[in-house]
Design a protein around this ligand. Structure first.
Ligand SMILES: Nc1nc2c(c(=O)[nH]1)N[C@@H](CN(C=O)c1ccc(C(=O)N[C@@H](CCC(=O)O)C(=O)O)cc1)CN2
Length: 299
């Protein structure tokens, strides 16, 4: 008997649909005299971070936003990064911004994230915004939400996957995904059940085999094997491990989920082309929402 092919959770197409909606919201803001402004702070010259930042700006401009790109050298001091944060907090043309992570090791990342004005926190990673998410389990939520977790959920929902009552096993405890995704998935309007696993989890395979949905976000190449996957499960791969092929010298990106697992899955997000484009779309959503909130507060 042939195995049915997994349904593809196409992040590029889904992000394109979100961007079309945002283009209309940006036009509506402009008609009321507000040009939503997005800023990025890049410290150093990590090629992957440079790529992500340039994608954010290109796409923001495409939907009609103002884009402010700020860069500091890799040896910038804590005080210099903090001064730039203060500048963006005070800039009325910047409605939301992100500090591209990871920061160089000598910079205190938590102190930088805490210095961002929570109303302009386009990543939804400020302690005030994460704290509001902890306190608010239902009803409207009026704060920026973490982009990649929101992207994972939108990718599933917009492709017809109902998360209600589903068991989601998350692999990875990083700040941008693992630590916060459960706060969104367990809200009453989503109603999923979440298990958070990480590289210190001793029975990971056993837990993964119980999952209806697996989110791989540990940044460990192929940590999720085909034998860990329940037939029909939805697999969302957020992991990025970059390797250079010694034979060709060419770079290759590996996800957290072994490609062989696709044979067992019911739903699968490609990597690249899955959650990555959704992260950028939801980042822009956060900034457009920040501009809309600011305008509403003025009237
Ligand atoms: N402040 C933040 N820093 C980082 C975040 C974040 O959400 N906030 N996440 C990642 C990087 N990231 C966004 O910044 C990001 C990663 C990947 C993609 C993406 O679209 N990737 C493409 C492939 C691109 C390529 O390698 O050619 C894809 O998946 O199709 C977008 C954003 C770490 N830092």
């Amino acid at each position: 008997m042939t195995q049915p092919t997994a349904q593809i959770l196409d992040g590029k197409a889904t992000a394109a649909a979100i961007k079309a909606e945002l283009t209309e919201r940006v036009a509506a803001l402009k008609a009321r005299g507000v040009i939503p402004g997005i800023a990025t702070v890049l410290v150093g010259a990590d090629p992957a971070s440079q790529l992500y930042v340039s994608m954010k700006h290109k796409q923001s401009v495409e939907i009609g936003m103002n884009s402010i790109q700020r860069e500091l050298p890799a040896d910038a001091t804590q005080a210099e990064v903090e001064a730039l944060i203060d500048e963006l907090n005070a800039d009325p043309g910047c409605h939301g911004y992100i500090v591209q992570l990871p920061l160089p090791k000598h910079i205190d990342t938590d102190a930088i994230l805490e210095r961002i004005d929570p109303a302009k926190d386009a990543d939804g990673l400020h302690p005030t915004n994460l704290g509001r998410l902890v306190l608010n389990v239902n009803g409207p939520i009026d704060t920026p939400l973490p982009c990649t977790p929101r992207g994972v959920i939108e990718l599933l929902l917009r492709n017809g996957y109902d998360l209600k009552g589903k068991h989601v096993v998350v692999v990875g405890r990083g700040v941008t995904i693992g630590r916060s995704i459960g706060l969104l998935l367990t809200r009453r309007e989503i109603n999923a059940t979440v298990t958070l696993t990480h590289t210190g989890t001793t029975n990971m395979s056993e837990l993964l085999r119980q999952a209806d949905v697996i989110v791989g976000a540990a940044g460990v190449k192929h940590i999720v094997k085909a034998s860990d996957v329940k037939p029909g499960a939805a697999l969302l791969d957020v992991g990025v491990t970059r390797e250079t092929d010694p034979a060709t010298g060419k770079g290759k990106v590996h996800g957290d989920i072994d490609p062989a697992a696709a044979k067992v899955a019911g739903w699968i997000s490609p990597n690249p082309g899955g959650v990555g484009p959704m992260t950028v779309a939801l980042l822009m959503t956060n900034v457009v929402e920040a501009a809309e909130r600011q305008l509403a507060a003025q009237h």
